[in-house]
Write a protein that binds this ligand. Structure first.
Ligand code: SF4
Ligand code: SF4
Length: 223
């Protein structure tokens, strides 16, 4: 599983850093490299485009992972180049952008939009596998997520549009609920299809996403 990203339009990036002349670029050696949005090649291409657009690229770096503490080491390795920059343009997911903002003590701008957590299929194709809805129903759906795999996110499918196993929405996508049916049938668990699931509670999604497990552990220990 990786974080799927897409590069922002170059005009948008230029607008976001319009008040900054000197730019240090940070990529990511993991997810953004695999998505071809922030690896060594994409960072080099961005440096060239920014230079043509009149910016001064003071330096570039592609740490193994843009979102972990290693990013802080760049402050020392690239100290002078970072100091010379007005802004750090981060070519990683939003986690990496926020890590850079904290660790590098410089203004930051994201060059990518963070889309979803997903997996890679055929080269260049990515699909979401979980949107962290807070109430997992995979026990009833043969381990296939209807929230992300069904175009309508139906908890009680299929809709009337499934056509020979394909989704009416198109894009060559299989109907998630046909896949669920086939999976449950092969497991002898088709009775799960008859179980009604009420609409999802949006309260189940923690916003902000903060969870303190130590509190509940302390309560359990006190009992
Ligand atoms: S039902 Fe919710 S938690 Fe479970 S896989 Fe789907 S999106 Fe993720
Ligand atoms: S055809 Fe299948 S995947 Fe498409 S919206 Fe209907 S139930 Fe969901």
């Amino acid at each position: 599983m990786k974080t799927i990203t897409r590069q922002k339009p170059f005009e948008q990036i230029l607008e976001d850093i319009s008040s900054d002349t000197r730019v240090f670029i940070v990529g990511c050696g993991t997810c953004a490299t695999l998505c071809h949005t922030g690896g060594v090649d994409e960072v080099a291409a961005m440096a060239e485009k920014l230079t043509v657009a009149g910016k001064i690229v003071t330096g570039v770096a592609v740490p193994p992972t843009g979102c972990d503490e290693v990013t802080s080491e760049m402050r020392f390795v690239f100290r002078d180049r970072l100091r010379a920059a007005d802004i750090v343009l981060v070519m990683s997911c939003a986690f990496g952008v926020q890590t850079a903002a904290t660790q590098l003590k410089k203004p930051v701008a994201p060059a990518l939009d963070t889309l979803f957590m997903g997996k890679e299929g055929p080269a260049g194709h990515y699909s979401e596998i979980c949107m962290q809805c807070g109430e997992c129903v995979l026990a009833y759906t043969g381990g296939i997520c209807p929230v992300t795999a069904c175009h309508k996110g139906l908890l009680n499918g299929p809709c009337g549009g499934t056509d020979n196993g394909m989704c009416e929405v198109g894009n060559g996508r299989e109907c998630a609920w046909t896949l669920i049916y086939n999976r449950l049938q092969s497991q002898g668990r088709l009775d799960r299809m008859r179980q009604y699931h009420p609409p999802k509670s949006h309260n189940a999604v923690l916003r902000p996403g903060i969870l303190d497990l130590t509190h509940s552990r302390e309560e359990a220990a006190a009992q």
